[in-house]
Design a protein around this ligand. Structure first.
Ligand code: TRP
Length: 384
C-alpha cells in the first residue's frame, strides 16, 4: 500500500491516510462524544455522514455546539469553485450543510468562486467561469436549502465581499501566504489576494461560523483563525469531510479532467450504467468460482464505498451486503446493478429539481437570494 499522498486546495493525490492528515493539518478527530452530543441537541437520528464518519475531523466544533446550547447560535458557510460540471462527490457536502441548516435552523452562505477558478486555472476564460457558476448554482439550489435562510452568491457579482476581504488582507503577509499555500515569485497577484476573499464570508455575522466542507480547504481556515480575533470576530469552526473516491479506485478524488472517473449530476441513466459497469473498481476475485469460495473484499471496493458513503442509508442492509460479499454469497455484478439503480434514482430526482430551479435562479440571480415562496411554489412536495 502506498503511504505517500498529497492534499492541497488544488490537488489530492494518492491514497489519503485520514488519521495522518489530522496530525499534519493540526485538526482534531470528530469523536463519538461530539457526535452523540450532536444527536442530543438536534433530537434526531444522525445522518449517515456522521454515523459513518464521512465527516471525520474538526476545528472548534465543540464550541459551535456550546454556542448553540447556550443560545448564542452560529451560522454556516460553504462554497464551490465553478471550474466545470459538478459530479456526485461535489454535491455531497451540500447535503451535509442542508442537514445542519434543517436541524439547527441557521443561516447558510454559499460562495461561488468564479474569480478563483479564472485566476488559478491557466486556460479558464472569465466568461466560462461565470457560465459554470450559473450552471453549478442550479445544482446547488436543487439540493433544497431553506430559501429564507440561504444566500448563494457569486464573487464576481456580489462585490460587497471586497469590504470584508480588505481588513483580512491587511493582516496576512506574503510570507504567511507563501508558507500556507506555496505561492512563489511567479504566482499571479490575484492568487495572493484570493485567500482574503475565501475567508471573508466567515465574518458575515458576529457569531461563530461553521464550515462543513472537504478537508482540502482547511488551509484557508487556518489563516482565518490567525487573524479573526484581532479583527473582532470569532475564529471559524470547521467540520472536515473525506473525499468521495473516483469510480476507478480508492485514491485521489474524482477529477473533471478524467470523465470516466466521475458521475456527473447531468449524466443520463445509460451513461450511469455504462460508467459503473465499465469503470467501477470492485474487490472481487478473478473468477466466479473463486469469488464463491474466497469471498470478495468490500474494503477495496469502490461500489461498496459509494453505497457506504451516500447511496445506502440503511445500516442493516449495508452490513448484510458486507457480510454477503465477504462470504462469497454475492457477485460484483449484483452490487454494481444495485448501485446503478440507486445512482439513477438519485439523479432522476436531482435533474427534475434542477430543471425547476432554472427560472427561479435566473430571476433572482442579481440578489443571489432564493426566496422561500419561490421554492415552495416551485418544488413539488414529493421531491423535497
Ligand atoms: N475554493 C473552493 C473550491 O475550489 C470554493 C470555496 C469557496 C469553498 N469558499 C468555500 C469550499 C468554503 C468550501 C467552503 O471548490
Amino acid at each position: 500500500m502506498s503511504t505517500s499522498f498529497r492534499v492541497t486546495p488544488w490537488e489530492v493525490e494518492g491514497l489519503v491516510n485520514y488519521d495522518r492528515l489530522i496530525k499534519e493539518f493540526g485538526t482534531k478527530p470528530l469523536t463519538d462524544e461530539l457526535i452523540e452530543k450532536t444527536r442530543e441537541l438536534t433530537k434526531s437520528d444522525l445522518p449517515l455522514f456522521l454515523r459513518r464518519r464521512f465527516f471525520f475531523s474538526h476545528r472548534d466544533y465543540d464550541l459551535i455546539l456550546r454556542d448553540y446550547e447556550e443560545g448564542r447560535g452560529f451560522f454556516l458557510y460553504t462554497g464551490r469553485g465553478p471550474s466545470g460540471p459538478m459530479h456526485i462527490g461535489h454535491i455531497i457536502p451540500f447535503y451535509m450543510n442542508r442537514w445542519f441548516q434543517e436541524k439547527f435552523d441557521v443561516n447558510l452562505y454559499i460562495q461561488i468562486t468564479d474569480d478563483e477558478k479564472f485566476i488559478f486555472k491557466p486556460d479558464m476564460k472569465f466568461r466560462d467561469a461565470k457560465m459554470w457558476a450559473y450552471d453549478n448554482i442550479l445544482d446547488i439550489a436543487a439540493v433544497g436549502f431553506d430559501p429564507s435562510k440561504t444566500f448563494i452568491f457569486q464573487d464576481s457579482e456580489y462585490t460587497k465581499i471586497y469590504e470584508m476581504a480588505v481588513p483580512i488582507s491587511k493582516k496576512i503577509t506574503f510570507s504567511t501566504a507563501k508558507a500556507v499555500f506555496g505561492f512563489n515569485e511567479s504566482s499571479k497577484i490575484g492568487m495572493i489576494f484570493f485567500p482574503a476573499i475565501q475567508a471573508a464570508p466567515t465574518f458575515f455575522e458576529r457569531k461563530r461560523c461553521l464550515i462543513p466542507a472537504a478537508i482540502d480547504q482547511d488551509p484557508y481556515w487556518r489563516i482565518q483563525r490567525d487573524v479573526a480575533e484581532s479583527l473582532g470576530y470569532y475564529k471559524t469552526a470547521a467540520i472536515h469531510g473525506k473525499f468521495f473516491p473516483p469510480l476507478t479506485g480508492l485514491s485521489g478524488k474524482m477529477s473533471a479532467s478524467m470523465p470516466e472517473t466521475a458521475i456527473y449530476l447531468t449524466d443520463d441513466p445509460d451513461t450511469v450504467r455504462n460508467k459503473i459497469w465499465r469503470f467501477a473498481l470492485t474487490g472481487g476475485q478473478a473468477t466466479v468460482k473463486e469469488q464463491r469460495e474466497k469471498g470478495g473484499n468490500p474494503e477495496k471496493c469502490v461500489v461498496f464505498k459509494w453505497l457506504e458513503m451516500f447511496f445506502e442509508p440503511d445500516d442493516e442492509k449495508l452490513l448484510q451486503r458486507y457480510e454477503d460479499c465477504k462470504a462469497g454469497r454475492i457477485l460484483c455484478g449484483e452490487c454494481k446493478n444495485y448501485l446503478i439503480e440507486k445512482v439513477q434514482g438519485f439523479l432522476k430526482k436531482h435533474q427534475r429539481k434542477r430543471k425547476i430551479m432554472e427560472p427561479v435562479v435566473k430571476e433572482l440571480k442579481y440578489t443571489g437570494k432564493l426566496a422561500r415562496e419561490m421554492w415552495d411554489r416551485s418544488i413539488p412536495k414529493e421531491l423535497s
